[in-house]
Design a binder for this molecule. Structure first.
Ligand SMILES: *Cc1c(COP(=O)(O)O)cnc(C)c1O
Length: 451
């Protein structure tokens, strides 16, 4: 539903004045120019409204269109890496300036856009080399295309998964030109199963792909084969760890790794265990911009970089600069201060509780409440982080989305919850304003009903 803002009522008047004659496209378009949308868009919306036989809908259409534009929102869901809200929030800002993205300042010749960021990432995870592509789906596609096109890829039946947004392991392998060989069973796949697949008559297995199932978990009679065992076989092991934890010991945190990370695979350890290549997303636990990292053996990384798809999948200078900034933060051991995702993780519950109390003091309808925040983006499925937020009676999701900036909350059993772990403290005043407006609206709403 789209509510009309008062400044857009002018169009209604334009329409009302010509009751029996539809307004011209041009007049109607001009009447919705106050929406701030560019003229060609206003013309198109005006045309749509007239074609629908409902010129009065033009302001509503303009409002609706405006709300489809990308805009900062307040993530009150408590899901730290919310895929629909852009996963890891990014702190990086960039000046309008030329950069040496493919220019070697030492020689004055053409340089490689991958070189610096590749070295930083390789250093972080203890790899020989690394390159970046547009996302992790692209990373897996490129690795399979470069190392296994026309040959076979062995994947455990328990890891032939679909990750949100239709990343399906069998389909990605098929697209790369490689052929999937299913190994083991859905719940149990042992080293002997891989060995049998490799030794089978006519087998031509180029790589073993180990996929972290990310957003689901099977329990009970379950067994998978760890990378350290797979590495004893004669075939390179590629580990798609997905979530992008770079080091299980989290040296950038001032303290031990949080408990919720316990069963999350990490790039450094996967490589130390013998993975030839590791791929992961740079906008999940890494906390950077959207990207896919391929790291590991230099010869295999080079094979990926040489593949024709590498050009099609390469990231732009903006992403590389943001990734470089994120990698430098880790290497300087400042990630917990500089990387918004780790800031959110490291905020003590007591701070969140304090903020919740402050908000509740200003908004009488809001009450502080303990909550469970989630890492999100398929990371550490089932794990939660202690958190604090505020709760209000009633489902206010629609009204909160209409606030400026829009607030994305969660509703359960007729109550609205706003988790403070995913909200910048600097945004708390927006919350107070929106929640106060909510209360005021309800009072007016009640008055209207009564009259
Ligand atoms: C998230 C994920 C992907 C997809 O990564 P994108 O960066 O979204 O393309 C692939 N594999 C695994 C295991 C994942 O967790």
């Amino acid at each position: 539903m789209v509510r009309r803002s008062p400044e857009l009522n002018v169009a209604d008047e334009t329409v009302d004045a010509r009751v029996n004659r539809p307004p011209s496209v041009d007049a109607l378009a001009r009447s919705i120019a106050v929406s701030g949308l560019p003229h060609p868009i206003c013309v198109e919306l005006a045309r749509d409204a007239i074609a629908a036989g409902d010129p009065a809908s033009a302001p509503g259409r303009a409002m609706a269109f405006r709300r489809t534009l990308l805009t900062p929102v307040i993530n009150a869901t408590g899901v730290l890496l919310h895929t629909n809200l852009g996963r890891a929030p990014l702190a990086h800002v960039q000046e309008a300036h030329a950069t040496n993205v493919e220019f070697d300042l030492a020689t004055g010749n053409r340089g490689s856009r991958q070189r610096a960021v590749g070295r930083l990432l390789a250093q972080l995870v203890g790899a020989e080399d690394a390159i970046v592509v547009n996302n992790n789906a692209a990373a897996v596609l490129l690795v399979m295309g470069a190392l296994a096109a026309g040959r076979q890829v062995a994947v455990s039946r328990g890891e032939s998964v679909e990750i949100g947004g239709s990343f399906r392991v069998p389909e990605v392998i098929e697209q790369s030109g490689a052929h999937l060989v299913d190994v083991g069973t859905t719940n149990r796949t042992r080293l002997a199963d891989y060995r049998r697949a490799i030794g089978r008559n006519g087998a031509d297995i180029a790589v073993i792909l180990k996929v972290h199932p990310s957003n689901y978990r099977i329990e009970g009679f379950v067994e998978d084969t760890p990378i350290a065992q797979l590495a004893s076989l004669d075939v390179p092991v590629v580990a798609d760890i997905g979530s992008g934890l770079i080091d299980a010991s989290c040296p950038w945190l001032h303290g031990p790794p949080p408990a919720w990370l316990a069963s999350e695979p990490a790039a450094k350890q996967a490589l130390a265990d013998g993975a030839a290549l590791v791929t992961f997303s740079s906008d999940k636990l890494f906390g950077g911009p959207q990207g896919g990292i391929i790291c590991g053996r230099a010869d295999l990384v080079a094979a990926c970089a040489r593949h024709p798809l590498a050009r099609a999948l390469r990231p732009g200078g903006l992403v590389l600069a943001a990734l470089q900034a994120t990698a430098l933060s880790y290497l300087h051991r400042r990630a917990v201060d500089d990387v918004p995702f780790w800031q959110m993780v490291a905020t003590p519950v007591a701070h969140l509780q304090q903020r919740a109390q402050q908000i509740a003091e200003q908004v009488p309808d809001a009450r502080p409440v303990t909550m469970d925040a989630l890492p999100g983006a398929g990371s550490a499925p089932g794990a939660t982080m202690a958190s604090f937020g505020v709760v209000l009676a009633g489902d206010h999701l629609v009204a909160l989305r209409a606030a400026d900036p829009p607030i994305i909350a969660r509703a359960r059993e007729g109550r609205t919850f706003l988790d403070l772990r995913t909200i910048e403290p600097a945004d708390d005043h927006h919350l107070v304003r929106a929640l106060t407006a909510l209360a005021a609206r309800e009072v007016t709403g009640d008055a209207t009903c009564a009259s």
